[in-house]
Write a protein that binds this ligand. Structure first.
Ligand code: NAP
Length: 527
């Protein structure tokens, strides 16, 4: 069985850092967990980045089949960690084992999904424009395009998904799939889980005969490790999921480098949930119960948590609020991931309880234990919401704010007023489509994903998924951190003009040796 040792994994090495000591923490029992972890000094950050840089050219040209097999081997090795991984993740996060088993399945599925994309090769964007030597007034040169990886990527794992958005999560899988070496900064909330998963990746690097610098895991006591990583000249892009302040700090650091680099930070979202009149009329009870479940799922620690419910005021709407409240009141105290998150949740809820124009409609049972969280449902009017910006801020945890609007026009005003979001949901029936049609252009400007008659918690990993959105949902609304397009973040196009056949990359050679689907003179074809 693989044991947690407290070491960092830098290339092929396991190193106990000497810059400060850290313990993982059991949020249920409120105790430190063995073993102690050693933090990285700048020398170790430099070592991981130098290894990544030296691995880059070799890794990016390995056959696509080798790269795909590597991702699949990581998946196998993660499964091979068995119950030890689930036990450790459960101890460190307080997330139920069944949830973590599901998350492991998602992590493994994600790696296999990117392996299949690597093999298929569409992400290379191979495009060929034939030369037109006879064109007047000027001939057109022979132009061919493919996408190439950016270089080593720094990944900051998320606290709320210790497997699927962490060491071998979507950022790492998509960067490795794109051909970029990865240096992960472990999230301090799940150090042991991070080490176990990193060992699975390190082993896969060795088993697939890849250069050792393709992957490293750094552990840091404080912001300095992450700051040194983002500032290192070898790092060419950053993937991050976490707080707005953390994400913006990294964006700032990256912009101040001698060579600025992109930071793909997924930060905060309140995921407006519009209950339109027809849906309220016909599905009030089921919707209310479903909403209470969605708000409290995973102690509300989802970036897609429906933190804002918007509806037109009526007797039925007020009754709906009561039913949601009754369902929330039955929800017990649950343990949050970290004391930082629990303290911030408690503080923010308390502030909202005292906010003018806001009514506390219901609470769940009293918070218990060190990191306990009490669910809370609030109600306000649209006029208060539209004039008090603080009511649009994310509270990370099991809470939601219902905004009651006077009419359709005010409901549209609320939609226009909210900040950028990961998701917006429309609960509607056919007789609501006229109103929904007016909201659509507004919502398209606000969110990366628009749902009908569903709940935003739950993000499918697929070709068409977008898990992104305008600021502050992310720092770059053009991309997604989940789904096939996540690879785009770590690629850039290169055009080859009039290059001799001998020097062309395989993806754009005339004989199409990779059998790719390519755009040739404006038509998609496989030759
Ligand atoms: P966080 O405090 O932003 O930390 C995330 C990662 O970034 C950690 O590895 C942290 O490591 C690093 N970091 C943070 N600030 C940094 C800085 N200034 N310089 C360098 N590195 C920095 O997020 P969290 O601890 O996971 O949760 C805190 C809050 O984030 C939550 O209350 C919630 O509001 C939000 N959150 C959002 C999502 C989402 O999906 N959008 C997910 C989880 C959390 P070090 O502290 O070791 O530097």
């Amino acid at each position: 069985m693989v044991k947690v040792t407290g070491e960092m994994l830098i290339g092929a090495r396991a190193i106990f850092g000497s810059a400060g000591q850290l313990y993982a923490f059991d949020p249920v029992r409120g105790v430190d967990l063995e073993p102690v972890f050693g933090g990285a000094d700048v020398g170790l950050v430099n070592l991981a980045c130098a290894l990544a840089e030296s691995a880059f050219d070799a890794y990016r040209i390995v056959p696509l089949e080798v790269r795909a097999a590597f991702l699949e081997q990581i998946a196998e090795n993660i499964l091979g960690l068995g119950d030890a991984l689930i036990e450790r993740a459960h101890l460190e996060s307080a997330l139920p084992k069944a949830r973590l088993e599901g998350e492991r399945g998602r992590t493994v599925g994600q790696l296999r999904f990117f392996a299949s994309l690597v093999r298929e090769g569409g992400w290379l964007g191979a495009t060929l424009d034939s030369a037109m030597p006879e064109r007047k007034p000027l001939p057109r040169p022979d132009l061919r395009l493919q996408k190439v990886p950016l270089g080593p990527v720094a990944v900051f794992g998320a606290s709320n998904f210790p497997l699927a958005f962490s060491v071998a999560g979507g950022d790492t899988a998509s960067a490795l799939a794109a051909g970029c070496p990865v240096v992960v900064k472990a999230h301090p909330a799940h150090l042991g889980t991070s080490e176990l998963v990193a060992r699975a990746i390190q082993r896969a690097v060795h088993e697939c005969g890849l250069p050792e610098g393709v992957f490293s895991l750094l552990i840091g006591a404080g912001n300095e490790t992450g700051a040194a990583l983002v500032s290192h000249p070898a790092i060419r892009a950053v993937g991050f999921t976490g707080s707005r302040s953390g994400g913006l700090a990294l964006v700032d650091m990256a912009a101040k480098r001698w060579e600025p680099i992109p930071v793909y930070a997924e930060m905060s979202s309140i995921n407006p949930f519009f209950v339109l009149p027809g849906a309220l009329e016909r599905r009030s009870e089921a919707l209310a119960v479903g909403l209470a479940d969605s708000v409290t799922l995973g102690v509300g620690q989802f970036c897609t948590n429906p933190g804002l419910v918007v509806m037109i005021d009526s007797a039925k709407a007020r009754q709906f609020v009561e039913i949601v409240g009754e369902a929330m009141a039955k929800k017990g105290s649950q343990t949050m991931l970290t004391s930082g998150i629990a303290v911030e949740y408690g503080r923010s809820v308390e502030k909202r309880v005292g906010a003018s124009g806001v009514r506390l409609a219901a609470t769940g049972s009293e918070a218990r234990g060190q990191n306990g969280a009490r669910p809370a449902l609030f109600v306000t009017s649209a006029s208060d919401f539209l004039t008090k910006n603080e009511l649009g801020a994310e509270i990370f945890g099991p809470t939601s704010l219902v905004v009651l609007c006077m009419d359709e026009a005010q409901l549209a005003d609320v939609a226009r007023h909210v900040e950028g979001q990961l998701t917006c949901t429309l609960q509607m029936e056919p007789d609501d489509y006229a109103l929904a049609g007016k909201l659509m252009p507004i919502l398209e400007r606000k969110a990366g994903r628009i749902l009908a008659n569903g709940f935003p918690t739950g993000v499918e990993v697929s070709q068409a998924m977008v898990h992104g959105g305008p600021y502050p949902a992310t720092s770059d609304s053009r991309t997604t951190s989940v789904g096939a397009n996540a690879m785009e973040r770590f690629l850039r196009p290169v055009c080859y003009q009039d290059l001799p056949a001998e020097l062309l990359p395989a993806s754009v050679r005339d004989d199409n040796p990779l059998a790719l689907w390519r755009v040739r003179d404006g038509r998609l074809m496989r030759n």
